[in-house]
Design a protein around this ligand. Structure first.
Ligand code: 2AM
Length: 489
């Protein structure tokens, strides 16, 4: 296809693995002529070929970085979708050698936010602009409408806002799933927490499955029906939808269902771990997300678990499991409610982490707006996010989602079912770390008085760390040891 009459394209994209190819085609389809480049040039030709097949889209391929950069109109904007870490630095070096003041590079990968901040500074010294943009939605999202989380140079954002608004997923009544997130590495950080929340959602869904299958003895067909039914109500979401689909897929290499043949060992790429590390750094409790990360670690110990299952085989867990007669319909409804209540707690944790980071970095993140851009395109997209947006619209300074009047009522309405499910799981020897962590979070947060008074007493006893009192101001220390000598029993 010939270049536009100006002989220049509107934007460039470097890094043509699946995500890059799909995003380039999406941009072209929205009417923006795009130049594409990849280190391995066969992928350039592959992308141009796909563009032809998928409707003669205006995608122009280049095999060398200089002609790629020079084919783009000024100020040039190049989206980079290469592996996070050193490849990003290498690609920046390759491209920036041919770029001019005012041009911009956007990293669309899952990059550690501090790397983005370092690069933004280095680029600014060259007069170049930089954005770190979270892109969520997998291959499908990239091709037909992802959720985009751009952070960094506002000037750079303004240069491509028209493109991003069209390329992002479009949600009726709530607009395109993109907004300028904030300065520095905020776009990457928000995407990282999105992924942490995604870990939580997936773990909670997996636990719902485990309880229904291991305790409730539901078949895959019954599981598919239950999840499909759930997807018509308050749990409506991409992850519930694909979960229902999964239960219906037969094994193409043997009898039965594919899900039963998939090895129970979870992979991960690091954003969940970063989320938990950041929560710890900022002293924000994120137990549901941490539990989902721990569950992934434990799932990785397949051989140890197999050995342990033999050690404990004779200890009666099997008997407990089989001795529970359950009313399937009631269990399905209880688990549905437990899942929803647990999810509220998990999102509360993710949102509080975002707020804490925003305060630390001065990013001024708008939590309601983040919930809005997650309503479509991304992996955690769900009808539920609209509720979160509305909660922050009602009160932008809401200290915790749990105390929003609507969420508070929802939790109260579901807590009996929630507790029943967790008790049943515990008594059956089936672990529900995510749901249990969510419930513990709720039960800790809602109580006026915690046993922390005892911990403070212990700390002051052995380390003279002092304590405060409930009845008078000030900092106190007691010679616990001396007094205890007289009162020991
Ligand atoms: P490649 O096709 O030449 O390997 C995902 O791996 C994407 O990142 C691919 O487009 C890949 O290019 C690119 N990539 C990985 N390491 C790179 C590097 N050091 N320099 C440039 N691109 C790189």
């Amino acid at each position: 296809m010939a270049l536009p009459s100006s002989n220049l394209t509107r934007i460039g994209l470097a890094g043509l693995a699946v995500m890059g190819q799909n995003l380039a085609l999406n941009i072209a389809e929205k009417g923006f002529p795009i130049s594409v480049y990849n280190r391995t040039t066969s992928k350039v030709d592959e992308t141009v070929e796909r563009a032809k097949l998928e409707g003669n889209l205006p995608v122009y391929g280049f095999h060398d970085p200089a002609s790629f950069v020079n084919s783009i109109q000024k100020p040039r904007v190049i989206i980079m979708l290469v592996k996070a870490g050193a490849p990003v630095d290498q690609t920046i070096a390759t491209l920036s050698a041919h770029m001019e003041k005012g041009d911009c590079i956007i990293d669309g990968g899952n990059e550690w936010y501090e790397n983005t901040e370092r690069r933004e500074k280095a680029m600014a010294e060259l007069g170049l602009l930089y954005l770190g943009m979270g892109v969520s939605g997998g291959e499908e999202g990239a091709r037909h409408g992802p959720s985009l989380m751009p952070g960094g140079s506002f000037e750079a954002y303004k240069n491509i806002e028209d493109i991003l608004l069209k390329v992002a997923a479009q949600v009726p009544d709530s607009g395109p799933c993109v907004t300028y997130i904030g300065k520095g590495g905020s776009g990457n950080f928000v995407k990282m927490v999105h992924n942490g929340i995604e870990y939580g959602d997936m773990q909670l869904i997996a636990e719902a499955y485990d309880v229904l299958k291991s305790v409730g003895k539901l078949s895959n067909t019954e599981l598919q029906q239950a999840f499909a039914e759930w997807n018509k109500g308050e749990l409506l979401s991409f992850l519930i939808e694909i979960t229902a689909d999964i239960f219906g897929i037969k094994d193409d290499k043997g009898d039965g269902y594919l899900v039963d043949k998939v090895l129970d060992k979870t992979g991960m790429k690091g954003t969940g771990k970063w989320t938990v590390q950041q929560a710890a750094e900022l002293s924000v409790a994120a137990p549901t997300i941490a539990a989902s990360l721990d569950s992934r670690f434990l799932s990785g110990l397949k051989e140890e678990r197999t050995a342990a299952s033999k050690v404990f085989q004779s200890d009666g867990f099997g008997d407990i499991l089989s001795s529970q007669p359950v009313d399937k319909a009631k269990l399905i409804e209880d688990v549905r409610q437990a899942l929803y209540a647990s999810k509220i707690c998990s999102y509360a944790q993710g949102m509080n982490l975002l707020r804490a980071k925003s305060i630390e970095k001065g990013w001024d993140l708008k939590l309601g707006e983040l919930a809005r851009i997650w309503k479509g395109g991304c992996i955690i997209r769900a009808i539920f996010l609209d509720r979160i947006k509305k909660a922050y619209d009602r009160n932008p300074d809401l200290p915790n989602l749990l105390v929003d009047p609507e969420f508070a009522q929802e939790i109260l309405d579901r807590q009996a079912a929630w507790r029943r499910v967790i008790c049943l799981a515990i008594n059956s020897g089936v672990s529900t770390p995510g749901m249990s962590a969510s419930l513990a979070y709720f039960d800790t947060y809602r109580r006026e008085r915690l046993p922390a008074n005892l911990i403070q007493s212990q700390r002051d006893y052995f380390g003279a760390h002092t304590y405060e009192r409930t009845d008078m101001p000030g900092s106190f220390h007691t010679e616990w040891f001396k007094i205890a000598k007289q009162t020991k029993i």
